[in-house]
Ligand binder design. Structure first.
Ligand SMILES: NC(=O)c1ccc[n+]([C@@H]2O[C@H](COP(=O)([O-])OP(=O)(O)OC[C@H]3O[C@@H](n4cnc5c(N)ncnc54)[C@H](OP(=O)(O)O)[C@@H]3O)[C@@H](O)[C@H]2O)c1
Length: 320
């Protein structure tokens, strides 16, 4: 039995990935602080060993990499690496010791969209510390793979969606009130013409890409893959589809960005919207489809509406 060590396996992606790994026959070890539980229970978790470690604390003493190596993994899936020094520390500890290393990146390694859908080949022009660090990690891991044979694959998810947490909404932030507004047929203001885009992915489709990267080792090592739904959506189209899903017609108004921003009660929400529409991602899945056989189970709307149904059931989104 091959041993898969997943670092940060009890979050959005791990909820779907860990059962897939168990069902595929891996002996699974989840490394986390032991604070989070998967969003959806699954019997597979009974077969998972959890090792409690705080990555940040262990990295400070230089012990994180050696402790992961001591678990004797065949495969390591790193869900929570955010800085280049963190990636280097782990890679140096695992070099020559693992058959496959899978890093979870983000489509924010790309800056503002240029020619869409954006391919993995396009030059990286990230902005913001998160995207800049993730792009640096990607470049480092690809170089390590090509120069030294470190068996790294990078998977870049879009905005991850699933029942159990708030999806990125049609106003480009995370306040679920936006869904209530559309459900109740009330007016929603969108920035600009509402034509900027967001690109969701269901967490299970991210897990699918990771599993297919493992299954297609020779095609995936040294490569990066987007993990997104088949198509990005415009904020306007997203708002209209959401209202229709609730049986309503969307009532939308449009404001130039400075006016829209000033009209928001929360600076945090305006910032979240800016972060998303300043990039307006629209990523290609052609490479994952061609090399890995990735076939997304969910469109953006299907993924989001599964989440919204959960929010309605919990009483977070109110239809009246
Ligand atoms: N969320 C998105 O929309 C999105 C979009 C694109 C890319 N990504 C990328 O996806 C990855 C995150 O995946 P996710 O959304 O599945 O994760 P997540 O839901 O944030 O879960 C994080 C996991 O890591 C564990 N963890 C957190 N801090 C830890 C620490 N200091 N030491 C050990 N374990 C720790 C958590 O468990 P404990 O709390 O119990 O430790 C949990 O298992 C990141 O690399 C992110 O950049 C996310």
């Amino acid at each position: 039995m091959s041993r898969a060590v997943i670092i940060g396996g009890s979050g959005h992606i791990g909820t779907y990935l860990v059962p897939r790994l168990v069902e595929a026959g891996f002996e699974v070890v989840n490394v986390s602080r032991g604070e989070r539980q998967p969003y959806t229970p699954h019997a597979a978790w009974r077969d998972v060993r959890t090792v409690t470690l705080d990555r940040e604390a262990e990295e400070k003493t230089g012990e994180f990499g050696p402790k992961i190596r001591a678990l004797k993994p065949d495969i390591v899936l790193d869900m929570i690496c955010f800085t280049l020094p963190s990636a280097k520390h782990l890679t140096e500890a695992l070099a020559g010791k693992v058959q496959h290393f899978l890093h979870t990146g983000t489509i924010w390694v790309h800056g503002p969209s240029v020619a869409v859908p954006t391919t993995e080949m396009q030059p990286r022009k990230p902005f913001g510390e998160y995207g800049i660090q993730k792009a640096a990690i990607e470049a480092y891991l690809i170089e390590e793979a090509r120069r030294d044979g470190f068996p790294a694959t990078i998977v870049h998810p879009g905005h991850i969606v699933g029942p159990g947490w708030n999806p990125l909404n049609p106003a480009g932030h995370f306040n679920p009130q936006v869904f209530s507004t559309l459900a109740q047929g009330k007016t929603l203001a969108l920035p600009n013409f509402g034509m900027e885009t967001v690109h969701h992915v269901h967490a299970d489709d991210v897990a699918q890409v990771l599993m297919k990267a493992i299954a297609n080792w020779s095609s995936s090592v040294g490569e990066a893959f987007h993990a997104v739904s088949p198509a990005a959506v415009s904020l306007r189209g997203y708002a209209e589809a959401t209202a229709a899903w609730f049986g309503k017609e969307a009532k939308l108004t449009f404001l130039p960005w400075p006016d829209w921003k000033a009209a928001q009660s929360s600076e945090e929400e305006a910032t979240a919207t800016w972060e998303h529409i300043a990039r307006s991602p629209s990523s290609s899945i052609e490479k994952a489809r061609r090399l890995l056989g990735y076939v997304p189970r969910y469109t953006s709307f299907e993924a989001v509406f599964e989440s919204v149904a959960w929010l309605v059931e919990k009483g977070v989104v109110k239809t009246h």
